[in-house]
Design a protein around this ligand. Structure first.
Ligand SMILES: C[C@H](CCC[C@@H](C)[C@H]1CC[C@H]2[C@@H]3[C@H](O)C[C@@H]4C[C@H](O)CC[C@]4(C)[C@H]3C[C@H](O)[C@]12C)C(=O)SCCNC(=O)CCNC(=O)[C@H](O)C(C)(C)COP(=O)(O)OP(=O)(O)OC[C@H]1O[C@@H](n2cnc3c(N)ncnc32)[C@H](O)[C@@H]1OP(=O)(O)O
Length: 380
């Protein structure tokens, strides 16, 4: 795997940092999740091991410093100032390990008025400018779950930063600090919104444009069985196939880009789509270039023929289904762990031994409650 041998410490965070760590683990990195003792169970722990360590105790922070001397990447997801307060700021850790990649994944970044403020995906999305463009006509802006800022602008772009820093390190033998702000990450991945002004596709109010549910040919429609179809027939040659599949006569319809007719066209399409089930529409549109696909549920996505053929989803030893790592690397593909996510502190001892702690040191840290060791219950 591409990241075989890479040592990563991921300090436990809510959503974005765990995705970042999981991507690295899927590609072979040895990711240790450093968790607060007695904390809530983590998610997105695929392929990781868990170390329960109390960083609030000076000896706990000292343990982390020692681990950082021997690792490649540290991912920290706390507000600016938290790591410094613990004596674990980048100046100290990079001084002790100049090759360390110190990735700071926060909402507002390390500087600026909001740097120390609490926030969540919706706040970062709002401050990036992107939220103002999301939503339907005459409705309030709408955040698409916590996918855009937390995961795309946060977890994924932070992973990219780490990979770029690792690549640069092969030349310089030097680590560096990554300031991954989810506000900026969200804006950056949405560069199209800023850089496509010349196309004139965003100059109407929210929900009245080509790609924001304004156009009848870029929309979802309810089917007779209460499911939905997604329509993305933008180009005229594909739109023509949509009209054909719907059984309509294009000579009797307004032209595709007659914006004033869009609301009426939507009503027409909605009426037609409501007359057949999702399966019936799939039989009509599958194999055509109409750009019409079923809106699958999270549960159904894995069993769709196309996704099955590609093995796009995997099942772990608990029968839990999740997406396979993407993209696919031809020579060094990711081979994600199929084991369940770790319990908090399940690997504390194993990890500390691996990083050079003695059994006596571990026992002392344990009896002083600096670390927590939990053993998985045996299956009887
Ligand atoms: C929309 C998403 C978030 C969705 C997450 C949800 C899935 C979950 C959120 C709440 C969960 C529920 C809740 O916990 C209640 C139940 C608990 C139960 O066990 C399970 C069911 C629950 C219902 C549970 C269910 C789900 O899990 C939830 C619904 C996001 O947007 S995520 C992105 C958030 N933003 C960021 O990550 C940006 C950077 N971070 C921050 O800005 C802040 O961390 C944040 C997120 C605002 C939180 O602020 P907070 O004050 O809590 O933390 P920090 O200021 O960063 O400081 C961290 C403190 O923790 C200390 N610490 C850290 N590690 C250790 C350690 N190993 N040992 C000891 N102490 C540690 C650190 O020293 C800091 O202490 P101080 O505050 O004293 O300095």
């Amino acid at each position: 795997m591409a990241l075989q041998g890479l040592r990563v410490l991921e300090l436990a965070g809510l959503a974005p940092a765990p995705l970042c760590g999981m991507i690295l683990a899927d590609h072979g990195a040895r990711v240790v999740r450093v968790e607060r003792p007695a904390s809530a169970p983590a998610v997105q722990g695929r392929g990781k091991r868990s170390l329960a360590l109390d960083l609030k105790q000076p000896r706990g922070a000292a343990v982390l410093r020692r681990l950082c001397r021997a690792c490649d990447v540290l991912i920290e997801p706390y507000r600016h100032g938290v790591m410094e307060k613990l004596g674990l700021g980048p100046e100290i850790l990079l001084h002790e390990n100049p090759e360390l990649i110190y990735a700071r994944l926060t909402g507002f970044g390390q500087t600026g008025t909001y740097a120390k403020s609490a926030g969540h995906d919706i706040n970062y999305l709002a401050l990036s400018g992107v939220l103002s463009r999301l939503g339907r006509k005459d409705e309030n802006p709408y955040a698409p779950l916590n996918l855009l800022a937390d995961f795309a602008g946060g977890g994924v772009l932070c992973t990219m930063g780490i990979i770029m820093a690792l690549y640069e390190r092969t030349r310089s033998s030097k680590g560096q600090v990554i300031d991954a702000s989810m506000v900026e990450g969200t804006a950056y991945l949405s560069s199209f919104l800023w850089k496509s002004g010349i196309l004139g596709i965003w100059n109407r109010p929210r929900g009245e444009n080509l790609l924001d549910s304004g156009a009848p040919f870029y929309e979802t429609y309810k089917t007779a069985d209460g499911k939905f179809m997604a329509v993305g027939s933008i180009e005229p040659q594909f739109y023509e196939q949509l009209i054909k599949g719907l059984g309509l006569d294009s000579s009797k319809l307004p032209s595709q880009f007659s914006i004033s007719d869009w609301p009426e066209m939507k009503k027409l399409f909605a009426d037609v789509f409501s007359q057949k089930t999702q399966a019936e529409w799939c039989r009509i549109f599958d194999g055509t270039d109409a750009c019409v696909t079923p809106v699958l549920s999270i549960e159904d996505a894995a069993s769709h023929l196309h996704n099955k053929e590609r093995g796009s989803f995997i099942k772990n030893d608990q029968e839990e289904i999740s997406p396979r790592p993407s993209p696919l690397l031809s020579r060094t593909p990711a081979t994600p762990s199929l084991r369940r996510d770790p319990y908090i502190g399940e690997h504390t001892e194993e990890i500390l031994l691996e990083y050079g702690f003695t059994k006596e040191e571990i026992a002392k840290l344990h009896s002083d409650k600096v670390i927590e060791i939990s053993y998985p219950k045996a299956k009887l």
